[in-house]
Design a binder for this molecule. Structure first.
Ligand SMILES: *Cc1c(COP(=O)(O)O)cnc(C)c1O
Length: 481
């Protein structure tokens, strides 16, 4: 590569591409030989990487070899079927191929003109996905990177709808602005508060509403909080209802919340980042009750629809407000077709955007809507089965209802204080995760340490759940304080 001004020669690309695809195929096929949770210590990988960049180019084969030599034991394998932590995000064959194609085409969809097929495929995929989850035609969709970004745009739209001229004048130093308040349950995802802090609403501008025994938002308390704020000259502007909360996957009472939003003229945003895809399953459509009342909804195919990171879908009935909040067109970005087309840069903070809709196009077509729904439904059934095992085992306790595919439980051999049980379960989780077989995560519910198991990997089969349960039970037997 001495004195060479060109890219990698095409034959070398072809050859190394084939090798990489072989690597990927073997990796996915043999993934169970790795521990799902990386067991390295902080700094261990960094030590293996030269401190200075190479001055001369290196062989591609050497770089590929170093994936195995340097990185692989520092990888936590999200595609491993033993990965049952958080909400697992897994990639599928068609998703991986689409990601490769996206990098090859490298189109930037900031304007319609900068790749007409980009804008129009995204529009078509938003229309497909809207139908798949049963939303009416008046919902307009766009792809962002993550649910955090989607929800931030929802909160920005809610703020724009107030007509407080914040776009022009900002918020600081103004005496003519009321204090703004957003409401969500105490189980809402932290991204809602991050959106609020990004937008100058502040953490103090977020009111957390308590939940009932099923971890669903208390709608009476929501209305009380709104009334109390109004009487104190605080301006309510947005409510976030969660369908599938992060700790327990509980479902806020969206219909009741929507009635309150209508009564007080508040923006209703639904965070269905994890659970939204289940609306594809006919038996699960009840979870979409009153969704057509929402101003906006976020669903993440990168969580439970086998889509490689990242791809979050944001639907809104009011794209014109989103555009009003964010459109800013400098001379160099004007085009002659601006009146006829949608330029995606007008609908958010980012200018450049990756060709993510290719992933939906490949995945939805390859599996079909039925194929996707069948897989997701299988995960829900496996979770119900696992929950039954917990219920039937006297030394274990289920800690929350299981509306989707996440089971919250703890080891409880009886005659122990909550404090002791917390310690025992923390220890149990550590044992489970250092076993190298499965990876689970935890949460705290009413001060109780709870272990969480999530099923949602495209590689999850019943045997993985059976093995996980066997392992959990055998490790629990050995736990002593
Ligand atoms: C995962 C999750 C988020 C955050 O998703 P990102 O795409 O990582 O930003 C937000 N809300 C809920 C309910 C989630 O489950």
């Amino acid at each position: 590569m001495e004195n060479n001004y060109t890219d990698m020669p095409v034959e070398e690309f072809r050859e190394s591409g084939k090798k990489l695809i072989d690597w990927v195929a073997d990796y996915l096929n043999e993934i169970e030989k790795y521990p799902p949770l990386s067991q390295v210590k902080p700094g261990e990988i960094l030590k293996r990487i030269p401190e200075n960049p190479p001055l001369k180019g290196e062989e591609i084969q050497k770089i590929l070899n170093d994936v195995d030599k340097i990185l692989i034991d520092g990888i936590t394998h999200w595609n491993h079927p033993g990965f049952m932590a958080y909400f697992n995000s897994t990639s599928s064959g068609p998703g991986i191929l689409a990601e490769l194609l996206s990098a090859a085409i490298n189109a930037n969809g900031m304007l319609w003109k900068t790749s007409p097929a980009f804008t129009e495929l995204e529009k078509a995929m938003m229309n497909w996905f809207r139908q798949m989850v049963g939303l009416p035609e008046n919902y307009w969709g766009i792809i962002y990177d993550t649910a955090s970004t989607s929800s931030m745009h929802a909160i920005a739209s809610a703020r724009e709808q107030l007509n407080l001229n914040i776009r022009e004048k900002g918020m600081s130093g103004r005496t003519d602005l009321p204090k703004l308040r957003l409401y969500c349950s105490e189980h809402a995802h932290s991204s809602i508060e991050k959106g609020a802090l990004t937008l100058g609403i502040g953490l103090d501008g977020v009111k957390k509403i308590s939940v009932n025994e099923k971890y669903e938002m208390n709608s009476e308390e929501l209305e009380e909080a709104i009334k109390s704020d109004i009487s104190n000259n605080i301006k309510p502007f947005c409510v976030v209802a969660t369908v599938g909360t992060t700790s327990t996957t509980s479902i806020d009472p969206v219909r009741k919340i929507s009635e309150i939003c209508n009564k007080y003229n508040l923006w209703l945003h639904i965070d269905a980042a994890y659970a939204g895809v289940t609306a594809m399953i006919p038996e699960m459509q009840r979870i979409t009750d009153a969704w057509d009342e929402a101003d906006s909804i976020v669903i993440n195919p990168h969580k439970w629809m086998f889509t490689p990171m990242d791809l979050s879908i944001y639907f809104t009935r009011k794209p014109e407000i989103l555009k009003r909040a964010f459109s800013l067109v400098p001379e160099y970005l004007k085009t002659q077709v601006d009146d006829e087309v949608e330029n995606l840069m007008d609908y958010g903070i980012q200018l450049g955007r990756r060709f993510r809709s290719l992933k939906l196009w490949f995945i939805i077509r390859y599996f079909g809507v039925e194929g996707l729904a069948t897989r997701i439904k299988h995960h829900i059934e496996l979770a119900k089965e696992f929950a039954n095992w917990i219920d039937e085992e006297k030394d274990f306790e289920r800690m929350a209802p299981v509306p989707f595919s996440t089971v919250c439980f703890r080891f409880n051999p009886g005659n122990k204080s909550d404090e002791d049980l917390n310690q025992m379960n923390e220890k149990l989780l550590e044992e489970i995760n250092s076993s190298g077989k499965i990876f689970l995560s935890h949460t705290k519910l009413n001060g109780k340490f709870v272990i969480r198991l999530t099923i949602g990997s495209i590689r999850h089969e019943r045997r993985h759940i059976v093995e996980a349960w066997g392992l959990i039970k055998s490790l629990a037997e050995k736990i002593v304080l």
